[in-house]
Design a protein around this ligand. Structure first.
Ligand code: HEC
Length: 666
């Protein structure tokens, strides 16, 4: 009490009302210059009142930067007790200030946050539809007591299905990033494993894996024995077994390796390898030999090679007779990509499979200069473009041109205009020779022995997010990291051009060297559709009453085949026909090319189609025109545009442009 009086008197005006020192800071905290805001934020920390905490938090209403973020974090830490008091007395109201509340709860000490959350929960139980930020806040800052409350509400059916899945995910994040779990017995999570809702099932499986109790294993194995097992549930359940580990999980996985279902078997071997490489080795070689397709094999190799030291040991176990070439190629690529260079495995795969010439023998400076000179004089960039698009070379799965493609590696749109030929040749043949700034790999070893390599996508105080060679993002909780190193190798694998003969290599280099220069290889100008999907209708569709299915099909309908445009922004007849190559005995009734346009305001949109006469242009299920210029009145949003063509009149080149919106590129 005495302290209070003393503070009041030092404030000058003995009356109630705010500290006069706050008035000038109130303006400075809104200052356009972020430096001024930062100083004001730190000055506020000297005045230990609820008002000053509220004032500091109001900085979040303006754009923040990392410096401001840190200053606010420190200030809220200094003012945590006055802020909590103001919240408890009702002087500071969380309603309408959810963002500020979230920031403050994450900034203060966990035991303080938990005090606040338990008070909020006591006055207001969580809504059935999980309205507001509470569930995630409890996940981010709650103690075992609040986590228990949320868990009980899920188990007793106190949330609707989407909210239950959300709550389970929040509980998972609490466990993954903060290592905090609900207090008490956790076994009721097994009841959720058989939920009808796939998102609940998957989230509950993840949770069971994070909570790691051997008692869960039999329920998880039960999920895997379901005859109608869906892939997302399968993958989550296998990951759960791997995380729980121990003799029971090992036994369950070994049982699954003998499954008669090939995709289950493949996935189980990958999980077993992560748990116990020695136990998995014989099956790894057997399963690798089974995959008939290169993409399937690549996914398998990638998951197995994530286990530290696996490359060398698999190499030793490979049969002398070799493995099928597509499997060997996929393995060689996985062994060299993503900052990994398992030379033992590369050599073993190559030797047994007749690919011995393809081990990317080190090209010297001489060879590179020579190839570069000949690429300039003898390379054909048009042929090179079709090589660049080839799936097995995988360039597009990591690089983008004109926005189309992936972003694991640098953008290629203007690489030819900015880099000399010998640099291009060296970059592709010897990716590890010089690694581009900003694309260095990071190698993270987790405490469970899993090794992740990728480029750093982002980092927070709690987690590290890597972008892997597959393009997927992988988050690793900092609490789980054993070791983190800067990688010395490129994410881009060497040996990608091994399947090409020398002329083809020259063609590919010629193509790269023309990118961004005026002409057929300039993708810099926008306004043209570059990402197409192609569909066709045949007689059996007509018999099934599906004669115009492409006009109404969903964007992710599996009957569509993706077809990126050439760099100059067109689809050629050859490209279209290659995709729609119907079997000789089925005649095509219609050929359809679909793309999407996003408009930012309501109004007239001009579309300019270059196709054959007789082509039709449909927008959002309505015919709006044909070859040439058309106009459509569209609301702001995403629109499906479809070009319908007579199979006998597929144009030499199909092109659609519009300057009234942005075409979707990925
Ligand atoms: C697994 C992903 C991946 C694949 C597949 C891939 N790249 Fe790369 N590429 C990268 C990364 C990452 C870099 C940057 C790091 C480095 O310099 O090695 C890169 C760098 C390059 C560079 C140098 C770019 C610059 O600005 O310095 C060129 C050229 C290149 N790649 C061409 C290709 C071609 C052609 C293919 C297909 C044959 C291909 N890449 C396949 C990931 C990939």
């Amino acid at each position: 009490m005495a302290l209070c009086l003393c503070l009041a008197s030092t404030a000058g005006l003995a009356q109630i009302g705010e500290d006069p020192r706050l008035a000038p800071l109130r303006e400075l905290i809104q200052d356009p210059a972020s430096k001024v805001r930062l100083e004001a934020l730190r000055a506020v920390a000297k005045i230990p009142t609820g008002e000053s905490a509220a004032l500091a938090l109001s900085a979040l209403d303006r754009p923040m930067d990392p410096g401001l973020d840190y200053a606010l974090w420190m200030t809220i830490n200094d003012l945590s007790e006055p802020w909590i008091a103001a919240l408890q007395s009702g002087a500071w109201k969380p309603e309408g200030h959810e963002k500020q509340l979230e920031f403050a709860l994450k900034a203060i000490r966990p035991e303080q946050a938990s005090r606040v959350l338990s008070q909020l929960l006591a006055t207001k139980p969580l809504a059935k539809d999980g309205q507001g930020p509470w569930i995630e806040l409890i996940g981010a800052a709650g103690s075992p007591k609040e986590l228990r409350q949320v868990f009980d509400q899920v188990v007793s059916g106190g949330f609707d299905a989407p909210t239950s899945a959300r709550a389970l995910t929040a509980l998972g994040e609490a466990s993954r990033l903060r290592k905090v779990q609900p207090g008490g017995d956790l076994s009721s999570v097994t009841r959720l494993l058989t939920s009808d809702s796939e998102p609940i099932q998957v989230a509950a499986l993840r949770l069971a894996g994070l909570w790691k109790q051997a008692a869960f294993v039999s329920s998880v194995a039960g999920v895997l024995s379901s005859p109608s097992l869906r892939p997302a549930v399968r993958d989550a359940a296998l990951e759960t077994l791997r995380q729980i580990g121990g003799p029971d999980s090992l036994k369950a996985l070994q049982g699954l390796v003998a499954s008669s279902n090939p995709s289950l078997r493949r996935a189980a071997v990958a999980s077993l390898a992560q748990l116990d490489l020695g136990a998995a080795l014989p099956s790894i070689v057997a399963v690798a030999q089974e995959s008939s397709e290169e993409t399937e094999a690549l996914a398998f190799w990638r998951s197995v090679l994530g286990v530290k030291g696996s490359g060398k040991r698999i190499a030793e176990g490979l049969p002398k007779s070799g493995v099928p070439q597509p499997v060997a190629r996929a393995g060689m690529r996985a062994a060299r990509e993503g900052g990994r260079n398992d030379l033992d495995l590369v050599l073993a795969l190559a030797q047994g499979s007749g690919l011995a010439g393809e081990t990317g023998g080190a090209a010297g400076a001489e060879v590179i200069r020579d190839l570069a000179a000949r690429a300039v004089s003898k390379g054909d960039p048009h042929r090179g473009e079709s090589l660049y698009r080839r799936k097995d070379l995988a360039c597009m799965s990591c690089h983008a041109i004109g926005g189309v493609g992936a972003k694991v590696g640098p953008d290629m749109t203007s690489i030819g205009a900015s880099a000399p030929m010998d640099y291009l040749v060296e970059s592709v043949l010897l990716p590890n020779a010089k690694i581009k700034e900003g694309y260095h790999s990071v190698v993270v070893t987790a405490k469970d022995g899993t090794e992740y390599t990728g480029t750093l996508a982002r980092e927070t105080p709690q987690e590290l997010v890597l972008r892997l060679a597959s393009g997927a993002e992988q988050s690793v909780a900092k609490a789980d990291i054993e070791k983190r190193e800067q990688g010395t190798l490129s994410i881009m694998p060497g040996g990608l051009l091994d399947p090409l003969n020398e002329q083809e290599q020259l063609d590919l280099f010629a193509f790269l060297s023309r990118l961004g220069k005026p002409g057929d290889f300039d993708a810099a100008q926008g306004g043209v559709a570059r990402l197409w999907r192609i569909g066709q209708t045949v007689h059996t569709d007509a018999q099934a009453g599906q004669d115009v299915w492409p006009l109404t099909a969903n964007w992710d309908d599996r009957r569509w085949s993706p077809a990126p445009a050439l760099v100059k922004g067109v689809l050629t007849r050859d490209l279209i026909n290659e995709i729609t190559k119907a079997s000789p005995w089925t005649a095509r009734l219609g050929v359809y090319a679909a793309t999407e346009l996003v408009t930012s305001k309501d109004g007239k949109v001009r579309l300019n189609l270059k196709a054959a006469p007789g082509s039709e242009l449909w927008v959002d299920g309505r015919k709006v025109g044909g070859n040439g210029a058309s106009t459509a009145s569209l609301k702001a949003g995403t629109h499906r545009i479809i070009v319908r063509m007579d199979p006998k009149q597929v144009p030499d080149e199909l092109r659609l442009d519009s300057s009234d919106g942005a075409f979707v590129l990925n």
